[in-house]
Ligand binder design. Structure first.
Ligand SMILES: Cc1ncc(COP(=O)(O)O)c(C=O)c1O
Length: 390
């Protein structure tokens, strides 16, 4: 059967492929510890769950405005603006089922066939997928390990040109946990203005940052507000992945186009989940800080343990819930090592290549699992690395 070119290039997400292999092993009676999925192992707070249930009981189960209910757009505008030090109006906010539609639809709205789109490699696989569907030319920019996985700015400067329509940023980043420092953002912003590009700034991990680190948004820099789409949501910050709730913040004219795209595609975001989201934004944030403190403990344990393995070096990531160790010293490729870890040691991780060609030489471990299981992982995998070191 022949399909349109715009879907021919699509690939599954690596995490789901590894999860399926891990589950096969589990069906055969093997014990597997899961560090492959980027999904919080916490549950949304009771207050959020109650607000969602109460909304269903109150009949908030109807069609609602494609761009989202006014109360939630107002709350998001205030909260997201305060956290980024900028004024955001509710007219700039587009609510969506998860953050993904706020990546995909602005790309469709902005990119013409043949336009170049710069994106991070290693990076979230949806970026390349959506550029392809929009008919854009994917232009991967390597992330520099020696720069804590910020953009390789020399490569960026070589690759950006007047045919570049869009730059995608992700800070803190999946799969590296890297944060793009303010000085690098200022450099990227200046180039974006010079070449008249849009920026999609995927800030879904903005609240998961460690050691009091400042996570700046490029949108707050001079001249960027009118050319930036901020993407954020509830999946990671509030552990609400399956509720499907996210948002985009963009210039009002683009928001109006987005409203039409949403009208004719998804129709609207589920009604009651938006009330749960409202409770999340307006409610106590202490439990989010507690989750982040727990992630930090896991990160510290995992990074220390990985650095003690022969052939492995691991930076201390500043955000998100991923570590991205360099495994070139083992002599194995990312794919080979990820397979060995799963099949021989019962530990599911992703090869760096699941995030692009510049991911070769790395693994991604998501620490969305208990500290106890992370300690078990480190014990379990040590003999493999000792063996490889000979
Ligand atoms: C970098 C990044 N952006 C966006 C998303 C999608 O978020 P959502 O589940 O809210 O659509 C993810 C999810 O893994 C992610 O890692």
């Amino acid at each position: 059967m022949a399909f349109a070119n715009r879907v021919g290039h699509l690939q599954p997400e690596g995490a789901y492929a590894v999860l399926a292999l891990a589950q096969d092993l589990e069906r055969q009676g093997r014990d597997v510890i899961h560090l492959e999925l980027g999904e919080p192992d916490f549950r949304a707070s009771d207050a959020i769950v109650e607000a969602g249930v109460e909304a269903i009981r109150a009949g908030k189960t109807r069609y609602n405005p494609p761009r989202g209910i006014a109360e939630l757009r107002e709350a998001v505008a205030e909260d997201a603006g305060r956290r980024r030090g900028m004024d955001i109006s509710p007219g700039q906010v587009i609510i969506s089922p998860g953050a993904k539609p706020n990546l995909f639809f602005p790309t469709l709205a902005l990119v013409e066939r043949g336009d170049r789109v710069i994106y991070p490699d290693p990076g979230f696989p949806t970026y390349e997928a959506m550029i392809g569907v929009a008919g854009g030319v994917p232009v991967p920019v390597p992330l520099a390990e020696e720069n804590d996985f910020s953009f390789d700015l020399d490569a960026f400067d070589r690759l950006i040109d007047d045919d570049t329509k869009l730059i995608i940023l992700n800070s803190p980043g999946n799969p590296t946990g890297g944060v793009i420092p303010r000085a690098d953002l200022a450099h990227i912003a200046q180039k974006a203005i010079e070449h008249d590009c849009w920026v999609i700034s995927d800030e879904i991990y903005a609240r998961i940052a460690y050691d009091g680190l400042d996570v700046p948004s490029i949108a707050a820099l001079d001249g960027m507000r009118e050319r930036t789409v901020i993407v954020d949501g509830f999946s990671k910050t509030y552990a609400m992945t399956g509720w499907r709730l996210g948002y985009g913040i963009m210039p009002e004219a683009l928001a109006d186009r987005m409203n039409l795209l949403l009208t004719h595609s998804i129709g609207c975001t589920a009604h009651f989940t938006q009330y749960a989201g409202l409770a999340a934004v307006l409610g106590d944030q202490g439990w989010v800080d507690e989750m982040v403190a727990e992630y930090k403990q896991r990160r510290d344990t995992l990074v220390a343990g990985l650095n003690a393995l022969p052939g492995v070096t691991c930076r201390l990531p500043q955000g998100a819930f991923y570590v991205f160790p360099n495994i070139t010293g083992t002599g194995q490729s990312s794919d080979e090592l990820a397979n060995m870890l799963l099949e021989e040691m019962g530990v599911a991780v992703l090869p760096g290549t699941a995030f692009g060609k510049y991911g070769e030489g790395y693994l991604r471990l998501a620490y969305c699992n208990s500290l106890e299981n992370i300690e078990r992982v480190l014990e379990r995998i040590e003999p493999l690395f000792e063996g490889l070191a000979g």
